[in-house]
Design a protein around this ligand. Structure first.
Ligand code: SF4
Ligand code: SF4
Length: 220
């Protein structure tokens, strides 16, 4: 899921300084799990903006904020409330905000910062385990990502700073390369630790990314 963090309310008020009325959009998927754009947060934001003298004309919580067709459909269904708003406040990730961007010509402002693609460890706790590098090396590293989970992102580890299984950069965190070593040892594949990996090719993640599924046309 995309992990988001609320911007300070003062920053949101600054974004909305020219707007007397606001329409809110959340997300029933990631932003609800991250507690930044679900029903409770929309309600809380409505109360806070109202207390600041803003009119909240309405809100919508699409199933997934990054599904542009759904967001457009929801905006059409809420045409009157969107039409009365001076601005749209988007309580999802940056991708969700840009779905809203394409669904209306009104100014769109983010209520959250998008921080990483995260695994859910338990309620309210997320960890980054993949940074979408476009050239996955998990087959070489026992299913543990050195690009993301090693602070230095090194492909030939560990570095000289690993200490009793912890990382020198952040001793609270396990050294990713120690975890990789332990897993490869379990699999009887420690020879992979000795293979020298070439510098990473970042070409596959040139931005902006675009991917179109090749559909099986069948019968041709
Ligand atoms: S190597 Fe790491 S960052 Fe790259 S795709 Fe695989 S898990 Fe994600
Ligand atoms: S101690 Fe381990 S996780 Fe930390 S930077 Fe070195 S190899 Fe990477």
């Amino acid at each position: 899921m995309i992990v988001t963090r609320k911007k300070p309310f003062e920053a949101i008020l600054k974004e909305l300084e020219d707007a007397g009325s606001v329409f809110l959009i959340g997300c029933a998927d990631c932003a609800t799990v991250a507690e930044t754009g679900g029903e409770d947060q929309i309600k809380e934001m409505t109360e806070k903006l109202t207390a600041e003298g803003k009119e909240v004309t309405g809100n919508v919580i699409p199933e997934t904020g990054c599904h542009e067709l759904d967001v457009k459909k929801e905006f059409r269904a809420h045409k009157e409330e969107v039409g009365r708003a001076d601005a749209i406040l988007c309580m999802s990730c940056g991708a969700g905000c840009q779905s809203a961007r394409d669904a209306t010509e009104k100014p769109v402002y983010p209520a959250n910062d998008s921080i990483f693609l995260g695994n859910v460890m338990r309620v309210g706790q997320f960890e980054e385990k993949c940074r979408l590098c476009g050239d996955c090396v998990l087959d070489l590293t026992g299913g543990i990502c050195p690009v993301t989970r090693c602070h230095k992102g090194i492909l030939n580890g560990p570095c000289g700073g690993t200490n009793e299984g912890k990382c020198e950069v952040d001793p609270e965190k396990d050294c990713a390369w120690t975890l990789i070593y332990q897993q490869l040892e379990r699999e009887g594949k420690l020879d992979r630790m000795r293979a020298i990996q070439a510098p990473k090719n970042w070409g596959p993640v040139l931005k902006p990314g675009r991917h179109v599924l090749e559909r099986d046309k069948g019968g041709e």
